[in-house]
Design a protein around this ligand. Structure first.
Ligand SMILES: *[C@@H]1O[C@H](CO)[C@@H](O)[C@H](O)[C@H]1NC(C)=O
Ligand SMILES: *[C@@H]1O[C@H](CO)[C@@H](O)[C@H](O)[C@H]1NC(C)=O
Ligand SMILES: *[C@@H]1O[C@H](CO)[C@@H](O)[C@H](O)[C@H]1NC(C)=O
Length: 316
């Protein structure tokens, strides 16, 4: 088979598995429930390499859809839930986690930070079931700090580019401040296996702050983010945001650090509920939300102290 055919096969198989695992339940009501899985096979196109500032609208779109399909052998969704509104259904709550042995969370030892819950706990619960301690944060729910379960710990706090009380009166902190606050709980040198954020546009200042402070490089193994745009954003805004992602993925030292970005994208999928006519495409439809996941190449295949733990019982 040619590379393209192999890719097409993998893509089709993935969609079929997704349909097979969750959608079968609704077969009695086929006319009421339609799963809007965006069928757009961009998984095999070559990596867009042009720098963000020079990208055309079409190149921006291609960049956002692109993913390195060979970088993770076993990318699995945690927290898959089905949202149903008005006779329509869509996947919701899931984040891809790479379970390749060298980077997978280890049962009973893993640590997860999860920002943006909105009363949908499916991701947090799946990670807890995988044996992780999960710290969950959402200042928009109006709920006080509490332990939801033995492994899920909720904080009435938000993630931002600086420590502040924001215009809505929410208590916001940087990743470094939150980590310091919790270091008595999980240890001051513990790596974060999965750092998940779904925080409605705050992600842009947060990713930049986490890159500049070195927090991503030093502390985070896997990074799963819902990224957002507005349908009417001008090209410059798209380019500025793609620049942040290119910095995250860079293999060259960044202008504001001596280090590279060093994160490898292994999953990028549009949010099927966020398809809109885009101003940059002259009103043609495109997505304004994507679920993107990366791992930290410093730890993938590393010989560091971290990797000696990474053996699944079922690999023995
Ligand atoms: C994709 O991932 C593979 C495996 O990690 C790596 O060797 C390759 O360089 C990556 N390709 C791009 C374009 O990032
Ligand atoms: C949650 O449990 C931890 C111990 O695991 C404890 O230190 C903490 O005070 C508890 N938090 C709340 C809000 O009860
Ligand atoms: C990892 O360590 C082993 C021995 O501890 C060594 O033989 C091997 O070359 C190292 N691999 C890398 C990629 O550094």
């Amino acid at each position: 088979m040619s590379a393209r055919r192999v890719c097409y096969f993998v893509f089709t198989a993935t969609v079929l598995v997704l349909i097979g695992t969750k959608v079968v339940h609704w077969m009695p009501h086929p006319s009421n429930y339609v799963v809007n899985i965006p069928v757009q096979d961009n998984s095999c196109s070559t990596a867009p390499t042009k720098q963000a500032e020079l990208m055309s609208p079409e190149e921006i779109v291609q960049y956002l859809h692109w993913t390195n399909s060979t970088s993770c052998q076993l990318a699995v969704d945690f927290g898959f839930d089905v949202a149903v509104w008005g006779g329509m259904a869509a996947p919701d709550g899931q984040k891809a986690v790479c379970l390749d042995q060298v980077i997978a969370p280890v049962y009973g030892k893993c640590l997860v930070y999860s920002f943006g819950i909105k009363n949908l706990w499916s991701f947090d619960e799946d990670m807890a079931q995988f044996g992780c301690q999960v710290y969950s944060f959402d200042p928009s729910m109006g709920v006080d700090d509490h332990n939801r379960t033995e492994r899920i710990h909720f904080f009435n706090l938000g993630l931002a580019g600086k420590d502040e009380v924001n215009a809505q009166g929410w208590n916001m902190k940087t990743a470094s401040s939150i980590y310091r606050m919790l270091s008595d709980r999980h240890g001051a040198t513990k790596l974060i296996d999965v750092f998940k954020i779904d925080i409605e546009f705050y992600e842009w200042e947060v990713i930049l702050q986490m890159l500049k402070s070195g927090f991503l490089a030093e502390k985070v193994l896997q990074f799963a983010v819902e990224i957002h745009f507005h349908a009417e954003d001008p090209l410059e805004i798209f380019q500025r945001r793609v620049r942040i992602l290119q910095d995250l993925e860079s293999t060259y030292p960044l202008s504001y650090s001596n280090d590279i970005g060093g994160f490898v994208r292994f999953s990028s999928r549009p949010n099927s509920g966020l398809k809109r006519p885009l101003t940059i495409l002259g009103g043609k439809e495109g997505y304004i939300g994507f679920e993107v996941a990366w791992y930290n190449s410093r730890f993938y295949n590393s010989n560091g102290s971290h990797s000696k733990d990474r053996v699944f019982p079922y690999y023995k």
